[in-house]
Design a protein around this ligand. Sequence first.
Ligand code: ADP
Length: 936
Amino acid sequence: MVVSDTALLTQLAGLSDAAIFGGVLEILAFALGLALFLHLLIDVFVLRGRRRARELAAREHQLAAVAELSSALARAGDRESIARTVLDTLNDLVGFDFSGLVLIGANGKEGRGLIGRAASTDVDWFPSLSLDLENEVSGVRRAFETRAIFMIEDAPGSAEVNAEMVERAGLKSLVFLPLEGERGIVGVLIAGSTSEFRAFRSEQLSLMRMLAAEGTLAIERMDSVSALERGLERERLVAEISRRVRAELDLDRLIDAALAETAKALDVERCFIRLGEPDSVAPLRAEWRREGLKPVTANKTPFLSVSNLALRERKTAAIADVENDPRLEDDSLGGREALLELGSRAVLSAPIILFDSVIGALAAHTSVLRRWSDDDIAFIEAIARELGIALHTAGLIEENKRQLEEQNALLVATEAMTNELELDSVLAQRLAGGRAELIDPSSSRQVMTAAVRQAIALLEGDAALMLELEANELVVRASEGDGLEEMNGRRFPVAVSLAGDLVHSREPLVIEDLARDEGPLGPLDPVAGRGFEALIGVPVIGPDDALSGVLIVYSRRARAWRLKEIEALVTLGANSATALANAALYLRVSLEREQSLAILSSVADGIVAVDRAGQIVLWNAAAGRITGIGSSEALGRPLSEVLRHEIEAPEGAEEERSISIKRGERELWLQVAESVMRDPGGQIAGKIYTLRDVSADRFVEQAKSDFVSSISHELRAPLTSIYGFAETLLRRGDLFDDVQRRTFLSYIASESERLTGIVDALLDVAELDAGDLQVELATIDVGNVVREVVESARSDSASAQGDEHSFLIDLSDEPLSAEADRDKLRRVLVNLVDNAVKFSPSGGTVSVAGQKRSGAIELRVRDEGVGIPEEERERIFRKFYRGSSSVLSGGTGLGLFISRGLVTAMGGRIWVDSVEGEGSAFTLELPFESETAVEE
Ligand code: ADP
């Protein structure tokens, strides 16, 4: 009826078009249409009312069932139970004998049975149902592709449905309903009758649609929640593994953890990693497997065909069915046997790619057939990527570690060296700085203080101690941090303390938790009762392998010490030991040096050391005294420059030689001896020179040789005269008269006397040198001796032709009594008056004055002669010295020497005052005798 109504309406529509062109017909048509409309109204509201009411009741029941379904679905925990609820409601409400849900894979290429229901029970074969949506004909495929309901009344006779399913379920008529969700068709609902061939009514179909929509919603919700959860869980896992990749230094531990987590996330029984290039037998690096499974043995590794495939193809291989997958037919991959023997039915393997090259593969095996989802694939690829980074990092770390170790070794070596070098340079500096600085006695303490500070900084500890081993005790020498400062100086017996263990074991002591590992510490332990919970102690062992102490770092809280930290502290301990040894050596060297300096400064000889470069590094006090050059002027300069004289011995010269240098105006004679200084390696380190002032000796030598020539002259002159006169008298005495003979004889006598004088002088010198000059002291009148000497000089002068000298005696009136040897005093006066005459060649007055001074008799012989240069005034009293003025006058240079010797022997003294060009005054002082002079 509905159909006829519709036809009429259609006709009516057609007529109304025609009415535009017709008049009467138009009205007729309208009346007919109105009648038909009224008929329709009556039909709907009156005739169909009762039937509608029935249908509405059924409809209400259905709606209630759907509402019930909704709440049941909301409670459902998984897709299977959703499917069961929907399918049961469908069977129940629509009257199907069988229904099932096929899910469409994300790639849209396959359909997979989820749950099948018949008589409120699961259909066992249904979940294994797999439909190829590309290549096979099926109702599912048709519904999926057309997105529309597809009905088959005669299923067994149709080629359009999957025969296997129809046969196994015993279906006669079938409906396929696509489930359209957010992301497209997610599944196909299959429902049918097994009892009869039938068609399905539209209300049955719309009810089916409604139920399907509810189910789709529920499944999608479920999928998105579980996908989200699963995704999140895997995200978290990947992030966790990635974190470990960046934090975990131990590659093996990292790989083991990654395999276990991957296996858990993918829900597989076996997971392993192979390392190697494509087309190599990449060996197994590590494997995780569920308990009870046999490990993959090395002989099976080449036959792990799925990971071989991933390695070769450089992409993930997902094998859902090892037994049947055609890709494993390629025998070069290793076949299926090995996998099946391992019990693996499905395998997923991703290549591990690093910088574009394949370095291995990660594989997951499961004992059941399994279609690997996109999520699974994305997950294993993410893990493979992270493992690639881990392997790369581990390689870098390994390389880095090796370099670090090298650097560390180098550092230790350099440090030891620089310590020594520094010591060297400090020593060199000190050497150059002379004795300016003494050694800082606290330097070893400084080393220890630095060591505890460094130790704390190094390990980020809370406190540190450095204890020195002394006999059977450990003494705190340096401490830092957390109330340990006041421990300095405290002593702990080695035998009972924890620190003492270090002394015995000579190995690092590492305690992560004191309370747990050691129990309560005794009161004799350095850290007892200070609230520390962890410590590392290392022995401080020096270069000579001797243990000098221990270095301990403490932590307030329990703490795991890393191997690197322990190694670092051991290195610090060793460095400290080296520094301590150096400090001790330094102290010793300094002390020795001080001793040497003390010795050097007290020796009389000048001692000068020069370094390799020839610069003066040592200049002792005597060197300064001899040369008149201070050490500050000499140090750091070449010796020849300082002395202004070439110091290097000429080729073939004697080791000891004399050089003359200028000291001011004076000439200074130095005897130089040199010896080479060598370092412990035998290399020349410098030279040591000894300088001895031999000016005096050299002068005497010179004077002696001068004396030999002058004395021979002095002796020869009188001897020649004596010999001449005597021979003349002997041979031709008859030719001379008495007067002439007397004159000759008197010459002989006076020359003999002169000769005697010279010989006497030489004897006096000998006696003076021997120290046994005898004087016979008596109280004499000095005035008489003066008069005698001056008279004699005056008569000599008068008898000499052209002598312009006049003589003056100036004696005080009182008697000049002195305690003296008359003869010797006369000789002194004779000498002084002779010199006065001799050194005033152009004449002038020679005066001899005598007076009484307090406690002494003073005699002064004054002339108006050439005078004596200042620098000679002392030297003229030396043996053999003849002054610049004696060049013309000759002489032995002994007169004044003997005079001083005689005066000194009589207990007096003699000196000279002179003005050059004006004259000289020789004064002698004799001990005063108060009694009246007694004449001989
Ligand atoms: P000599 O016997 O050779 O004169 P002396 O010992 O008596 O030696 O004198 C030493 C030197 O002292 C002399 O060579 C001379 O240069 C200096 N001398 C001594 N007396 C005088 C003087 N009156 N005036 C100047 N020079 C003098």
